[in-house]
Every structure is written in C-alpha cells, then in structure tokens.
Design a protein around this ligand. Sequence first.
Ligand code: HAM
Length: 459
Amino acid sequence: MTEAPQDPVAVPAESPARPAKVERFQTLTGMRDVLPPDSARRRALVQMFADTVAAAGYTEVVPPIVEDLGVFLRVGETTDVVTKEMYDFTDKDGTRIALRPEMTAGVVRAFVQHKPLLPWKVWYAGTNFRHEKPQKGRYRSFEQVGVEALGVDDPDLDVEVIALGWRFYESLGLRQVRLQLNSLGEGQDRARFTEALRVFLEARAGELSEEGRSTLARNPLRVLDSKRPEDRAVVAHAPMVADHLSPASKEHFERVCSGLDSLEIPYAVDDRLVRGLDYYRRTTFEYAADALDAAQNAIGGGGRYDGLAEDLGGPATDGIGFALGVDRILLACDAEGVFPAPVAVLDAFVVDLVGGDAARDITHELRAAGLSADRRFGGGSMKAQMKSADRSGAAHAVIVGSDEADAGEVTLRSLRAVANDQRRVPRARLVGELKAAARSTPTTRDPSPGSQQEIEEHS
Ligand code: HAM
C-alpha cells in the first residue's frame, strides 16, 4: 500500500473540541491594512500617476515582489536598506530570496533578462518591505510609484524624469514640495570623492558620533546625510563632491540645471545629498514635503544608475528613475488639505417592497446596462431600505411597491435633491432615465484639486 504524500504543513488530525480562547491576529508591527475610503484614494493616486507618465511614453512593468537575494545585494551591499532592513530568507528549495526593499533592482534585472528595445521607459506601482523602526511615515510595508528609463545618456532625459515627478505632485494639489539636486559624478569621480571623504572623516573620527563612526566604516558617503549634530559639525568642513566632478559630469549636471530652469521647476543644489542606495551615479535628487516632519519628509527620490545593468550581468546601459512614496505623499496631502478620497457613489439603490424579485432583477438589468446599482439583501421595511439607500451614497432610489409593480412602473426618487423630488417612470424607461441623470450629475467625485474646488463652491 502506498502512503499518501505528507502535507508539509503539520495539521492536527482532529481539531480540538472547542478551544477555550481563539487567538485573534493583528497586522504585524509596521504593517497596515488599507481600508475604504483610503483604498479608493490610493487607487486614484496610482491612476493619476499612470496617466501622468503614460502621457510621456512610459508603459507599465510588473516585476515579482520576491527576487533572488543576489539582485538586491548588487544594489546596496553597503547600505542599511539591504544589509539591515531586508526581509530575506531561505526558500523551500534552499534558494536565498528576499522581499523587495525597492523596485529599481527588480526592474533592471527584468531589463537584463528580457533585452527590450531601447530606450526602455517603464513605470510601476507596488509594495516594498523594509524592516525599519516604525513611526508615522515610516513603515515596514509601504507603497511606491515610480519610473525607470534605460538606454539614454542625455541630460534632457534627467530633466524629463525629474519634471514628471514634480508635475505629478502639482497635479495632486501639493504646493509645499522642495526639489533638491546633486551630482555624485561618474563612477571614477564618485570613487575619488569617496576616498577623499574617507581620509578627511577618518582624521576626525573622534569628533563623530558612534553611529557616524560605524557608518564611516561601511560607507563614508552616508555620513554626509547624518542628522546628528556632532556629525553635521564635522561634515560642514568636508570635501565637496562638486570639486571632484570630471568636466563631462559637470557639463551633464549644468545641462540638467538649465533644463529645469527652462521648465521653471524650482530646485536647490544640495552638495550633501547622497542617497540611501549604492547604485547612484551623476544626477541624484529628492523631493521633500515641507508639510511633514523633517525626519520623514522625503516623499520621493531618484537618480542615475549608469552601472547597474552591468552589475546585474547585462550590457553597459545608462539608466535613471525615481520612486515616490505613496504613504508619505498621502500624509503630505492630508497636511496640505488636498487630494481627498474620491467619493464613490452608485447610480441607483433598489428598494423592493414586493418580495425581492424586483431588487434582484432590476439591479442585474441596471448593471448590465453599464450603471452601478445595489440593493439591500433580506428586504426589510421601507424605512430600513431607505436608510441603506442613503448610506450607500446612491444618486437615486428606485422604489418598487405594489402600486408600481401592478402598473409596470417604478418610483424614481432623487437622494440628492433637497426638496422631495420623485416621479413615476415606466420600468422599460428606467435605464434611459438613469443614464440621462448620470450624464447631468457624474456619480464619482474626481479628487483632482480643480473639481474639489468646484465641489466646495457648490456646497
Ligand atoms: P528611496 O529613497 O529609498 O529610493 O525610496 C523612495 C521613497 O520611498 C522615499 O522618498 C519615501 O517616500 C518612500 N519610502 C522609503 N522607505 C519608506 C518606508 N519605510 N516607509 C514609507 N515610505 C518609504 C528608492 O527606493 C529608489 N529605488 C528610487 C529610484 C528609482 N532611484 C532610481 N530609480
């Protein structure tokens, strides 16, 4: 007799009669559920981002959330994101894998694997995982939207990418965003600068904080953006990256700056801006929201990563991109009072006082005609059903009582009108009436700042 294969997860053969107390689970530390109406707001934000970047020729890429650990080790062997914060583990087959802490590495891995035509301009939206100390605006599971553009060594592409992020914030209605810009130089410039910085900082290691000294041992560049006062005092006299740029890097950076000037996008060159991942070369940038606390005010960032495709086994390919933090952007929107959750409403709510057939059939008929409709299950009194109709946010109640049913009609009652506004319509004309009403009053509030203003003006 052959044995049945063993289930790898041990399940007790018989469940205990009735456990005294059933354990109740909560989200893990630093992770959150996104519930309505916030979920609709996020969806609207991602849609607005998709529309913004699609209009500039970017198409969507969807890499897996899990990659071979090596993919991420290549992008940040000296960074906290990769060495301290990554969720990595051994898969059932022994492969070392990791939940992505960011999207760029996976996108460039996909580029190397699939060899698409150049230039490759893509956008993405997805969840990332970093085992950070949770606080407001810093989570262990967070969402990013972003773009990557590979195969073009032209500073005007840097301008295009930076401007896309800027315009997106503007389209959400955010006004208190600052753009900081820097150039880390090409690979060799960056290496020369890092060495000069290491020598300088090692000579003053005694003045640095303990964390500053440990960062120095791993990655001298990261000491530059330490927030500790002791480190800042030392860094104030440190060598400047601008003094280590090759003429070609300088020229590239000047063209980026003049391009932003031409597009009237304000920025500040911040010589101390180094970003938290190893792959950056030349242009780097960050968007900060002044409406948020300084510790978590980075709402997006990016830059060039010209050597990354090679590091991941592909041909030498230039690349640039950014990722914007959705969770923090929404906090900034709250702080500035812009981009409210869209209020999703229904075209109709069917109130059935004749046994349930009408609710079943009319909702089906309306949905098939492209309208949105809901009903209350289990019937109930007129009062109870009308309460559900009000709560649903529907524009109209479609009421079917015995009078209406006998006459082949329905009562159409506006749930928006201040005065009582209702009339009987033949059931055969219901779809047409509701469609005409939907055309004159759209049933979803667009969350863009313009329409929000209109809503305020009409209320
Ligand atoms: P990053 O600066 O590590 O860059 O992340 C980009 C944005 O993600 C941050 O500015 C922030 O808004 C958000 N973010 C990061 N960590 C957290 C967290 N723990 N909780 C909430 N939000 C967070 C990158 O990820 C690069 N891949 C950007 C890039 C794309 N560079 C080139 N292409």
